[in-house]
Design a protein around this ligand. Sequence first.
Ligand SMILES: [Zn+2]
Length: 329
Amino acid sequence: MQSQVIQEPIRRVDAAFARMKERGFGFPRFKKFGQYRSLLFPQFKASPIEGSKIKLPKIGVMPIVLHRPIPDGFGVKTVRVIRKHSGWTVTLCLQVDVDIPDIAPHGIAMGMDVGLSYFLSTSEGEQVERPRFFGKLHRKLELLQRCLKRKQNRSKTRSKLIEKIGRVHEQIAACRMDWQFKLAHHLCDQAQMIFVEDLDFRIMAKGMLGKHTLDAGLGQFVNQVLPWVCFKRGVYYGKVDPNGTSQTCPDCGARVKKDLSVRIHECHECGSIKPRDVAAGQVIKARGLSGIQIASGWDLSGFQETGARQDRVKDEILKSDLGKPALYA
Ligand SMILES: [Zn+2]
């Protein structure tokens, strides 16, 4: 193993302890057999990619399936080799020195309420159903996991079954990711500003509907996929205070108390009637817009260009496969 690769575990442990100190909980866990699944090559003098081959120190030249060509002007910063259940993967971290302007708030705004009865509801009245297509794969998973109990510890059939279960998990994750990216692009087609509630999904996942929260991957969508797609598409992404968004009337601002079972918003002050989540989305939109107005003093009826730029290193991630795993533990 190359010297810099061996240094990486120490850096990981150090980062884990630093994170624990910062948060006040979460003592780093020891990695059991089979839990440490990746190698990081942190430094390259020249690009290790040549055609459809990658050259790694101490490993040598390996054929890869390059999913996308490396764009001009980008240098390879780090290479992470991961052993997934479906095969070996390398993730390249690329670097280029360019200034990317921060996205200024502009154009059409949209508020979004995320939840469980609908995956999300926009202030424009669109409601997206919670994806249920993982159900079939989940049943397959349950079946395999029942088989696992009967297997003898450390047996060959057991490790093969674990491999198989891992592949189903990866398939579910890939389906979800694909669906979420398509949804995020669909939303970015409609607006230039998107506002969401600043919720902690880890708390929601502990509740009664926990499994479904995790299945839909709400947190992943709101905190990772959507901001990323917004950044790529030049759409402003903002979070607003979540307190009482579903208890406020979007049309007159009156407080309309309703518990979770009430799915229709019916205002006793102004008489507006609309689906509960759409009303919440409109409240979120209004909060997002007023927040920007307060922060910047802009009149948002027209829109203003800003010269605010921030030096930032643009990292692009490229993934490619290294074929099937040749080594089994
Ligand atoms: Zn009202």
